[in-house]
Ligand binder design. Sequence first.
Ligand SMILES: Cc1cc2nc3c(=O)[nH]c(=O)nc-3n(C[C@H](O)[C@H](O)[C@H](O)COP(=O)(O)OP(=O)(O)OC[C@H]3O[C@@H](n4cnc5c(N)ncnc54)[C@H](O)[C@@H]3O)c2cc1C
Length: 391
Amino acid sequence: MQDPKKPVVVILGAGYAGLLACSRILRAPGPVRVIVVSANPYFEQRIRLHETLAGQTTARLKLAPVLARRGAEFRHDRVLRLDPARQEVELTGGEVLAYDWLVHALGSQPACTIPGSREHAVQLDSRDRMQAMHARVSALADRKGRVIVLGGGLTAQEVSSELAERFPGLSVMMVSGREPGADLSPKARDALLTALDELGVLRQQGRITAIEPGQVRLAEGAALPFDLCIDCSGMRASPLAADSGLAVDEHGRVAVDDCLCLPGFKNVFVAGDTARVEIAGEPLRMACATAMPLGACAGMNVAALLAGRHPQAFDFGYFARLVSLGRRRGVTQFVDRADSPDGAVVSGFVAARYKEWICRMTFSIVKWELLTGLPLYFWPGSGGRYQEQVE
Ligand SMILES: Cc1cc2nc3c(=O)[nH]c(=O)nc-3n(C[C@H](O)[C@H](O)[C@H](O)COP(=O)(O)OP(=O)(O)OC[C@H]3O[C@@H](n4cnc5c(N)ncnc54)[C@H](O)[C@@H]3O)c2cc1C
């Protein structure tokens, strides 16, 4: 029987943000009942979905037993509705969870804004789907098929390179409005384009107007034929906030105050890709690199409030942008705290190994924070110093 006096914290989402929030909340000194809700029973490495598509095995963590070890509950269910006024969350299975505190960390999903994307393209949206798709890509490579990857950003660069390296028989083409790497320094851009050339990744610039059966249509009238089209043209925050009547920005994100709290609802925190947080006047990128500090900060703030202390303002500074281009190549562009690419550049095998280490670290930190209860994760603040763990 549950203690009715225990405050109830519900955490929506078990990605990088939701799980770090959970781990920090469980460090609160007093009694607390924590319930994590996720449509996925595992913590999976979303940042490795392109590797799964290429046939690599990636680690994952079954959540229910790990959370149970720390005294938290897990609901394997989909969130249907959020009602901040009634302090309730409704799940697809019919359960209604009443909460005292809430962390909304449902992340993002492929935006699918290009007409025909859902019908005729594949999205990098789940490990299971990528595993199933791997056989199709393999068969395509055997008959020298054509893959078109839409988008020129980091995800499109990583998918294209991974497939080109793993399946030399495939013809891989990136199609984007801007040249890949346009937001990098000239040196980093050169390194990126050289690596794409070495891997045989073709590039086509143009405004994509539609994805049709077997072809991508450009504004200029050209039609690019494909056997498989992968849409990496953008991400959009979980639709739950908008569907629940909350105000959202053009990417579906909820604006929060300095402490990551939903304005007007002092007991609701938002973290990860669902939160719109500005640093130096610019919204944070939707990224694992921002979801982790946002989740940890939201969790620490809930823990502070549970202990009768004040929440702290979120502080963050960028450090680097890292892209892996297959398993043997990569580019690391060091940036200033506001994400301007004015730092050093590392490329080639060293950058590939560095990105691999970062990917391992993101998974291990979340796993070991959950298992040990120790605040192992820290991140750079806007002043360049690493964030102190204020608990
Ligand atoms: C191929 C790929 C490569 C990437 N590489 C990088 C990279 O190199 N560096 C980087 O910084 N970022 C990278 N990203 C982006 C990064 O993965 C995301 O920004 C990050 O996962 C966001 O973390 P999050 O915790 O906010 O949300 P998510 O990781 O999206 O987690 C959301 C959680 O909510 C659950 N959920 C969602 N909707 C519901 C619902 N309605 N009901 C119940 N549960 C739900 C999900 O199951 C999941 O547990 C990459 C993304 C992709 C797709």
